[in-house]
Design a protein around this ligand. Sequence first.
Ligand code: FAD
Ligand code: MLT
Ligand code: ZN
Length: 475
Amino acid sequence: LTQERYPVQRLPFSTVCEEDLATFEHIIPGRVVTDPEELEASNVDWLRTVRGCSKVLLRPQTSEEVSRILRHCHERNLAVTPQGGNTGMVGASVPVFDEIVLSTALMNQVISFHRVSGALVCQAGCVLEELSQYVQERDFIIPLDLGAKGSCHIGGNVATNAGGLRFLRYGSLRGTVLGLEVVLADGTVLNCLTSLRKDNTGYDLKQLFIGSEGTLGVITAVSILCSPRPKAVNVAFLGCPGFAEVLQTFSTCKGMLGEILSAFEFMDAECMQLVGQHLHLARPVQESPFYILVETSGSSAGHDAEKLDSFLEQVLGSGLVTDGTVATDQRKIQALWALRERITEALSHDGYVYKYDLSLPVERLYDLVIDLRSRLGLRAKHVVGYGHLGDGNLHLNVTAESFSEALLGALEPYVYAWTAEQQGSVSAEHGLGFKKRDVLGYSKPPMAVQLMQQLKALLDPKGILNPYKTLPTRA
Ligand code: FAD
Ligand code: MLT
Ligand code: ZN
């Protein structure tokens, strides 16, 4: 249980009473959930490592409803955890104690789509995959993709500033999110839902909410810039003899495929073993210490295929790559992507997962994995490395039969100190949430943490929005 694993005290918020429930029922009739069985899914995170005990789940449909709910919670000093698809990796999306869960699941309407500019405006609870489908039918793509696409909400993506599989090509949500509508802690609606590409009128307030993990406001609508759908997509899945060769293949790739390169992902042999063992996915190339997934997206199939061919000739000829397979049709492309996208799922079948999401200098990206394998020895079932190599983002995961304090002690703060020594980041894309809030100091100076705390106090003076998350426990 949370409270045993992480010592934390409930802050003096009010407790939901019958009158509160009646008020909520008045604001969102028939959408106040108090049945413990129905609440179970909202109280446990995706990794099943954090559990709260909320007694109320609210399912608003409009920003106005969110505003009225928060106004009431603010007046009554009731704590609230905003929740999207509940796919987050750092325990940010579930209550720690009895916080009210405010779900965006019924806020799933597209508001507008501009066919010339590509600006999509939608409610925060739209599921990423459904949005993706919607814009694809109009010959565009969402600038974000991740393995959780079937469940995560666009509001959750923005609230975590999710990176994912298209970051290399389309960049951060900090660049592609054009506008937001946010309901503040006291119920005030902040309408910054513009679709302008350029807007330098004062401070860019939306940036405060991107990556704020539900601690500064509830995002109710998002305006996001979509890109034209590439006409030709190719995926190459390659086997590599060592990490030095992975790095050289990346350099060669950028040099030869630069303008059409849209993803460069890597996984090690243990990852491949786990997706085989737990998900029965077949290895598409000869067994190798490392595997690379390269995706190209361009406007001319012939031109792209020609470029990819000469790249493959180069890396196979020089021995950087020992085996490879290429896909151009949708089914095979998806099958190759599944090997990489479903590692998270395979790991969760392997036991308790200690999950680290680090930004590191790309040359040193794999050193820590090797180091930990010898440091942990037989105490770990698996120590694996995979991730968004093109973005310098390592996913370091350790599995064991069950959670153990001793193994945690061997991993932390070692992993964080090692990362800080490389001037890396202790959270590249997953955020800090509940699990990592106390390691923020490894990547940010005290002054920055203090300013974050001041911003929180300004926007949420009573601290009702997602308490116990993101910011470190106060001394
Ligand atoms: P939730 O998990 O519900 O919430 C996450 C945080 O956002 C919480 O703090 C919550 O309070 C807050 N929040 C949610 N909605 C709102 C809102 N409307 N307003 C304010 N705050 C809100 N992440 C990556 O970055 N890259 C990846 O490649 C990636 N791949 C993944 C693959 C799998 C299989 C899984 C399970 C997860 C993956 N993730 C990845 C992590 C996760 O999917 C992302 O963090 C995702 O963006 C979370 O969206 P969600 O709707 O599930 O949010
Ligand atoms: C990924 O890239 O697969 C995700 O960030 C999830 C994870 O780290 O397991
Ligand atoms: Zn990732």
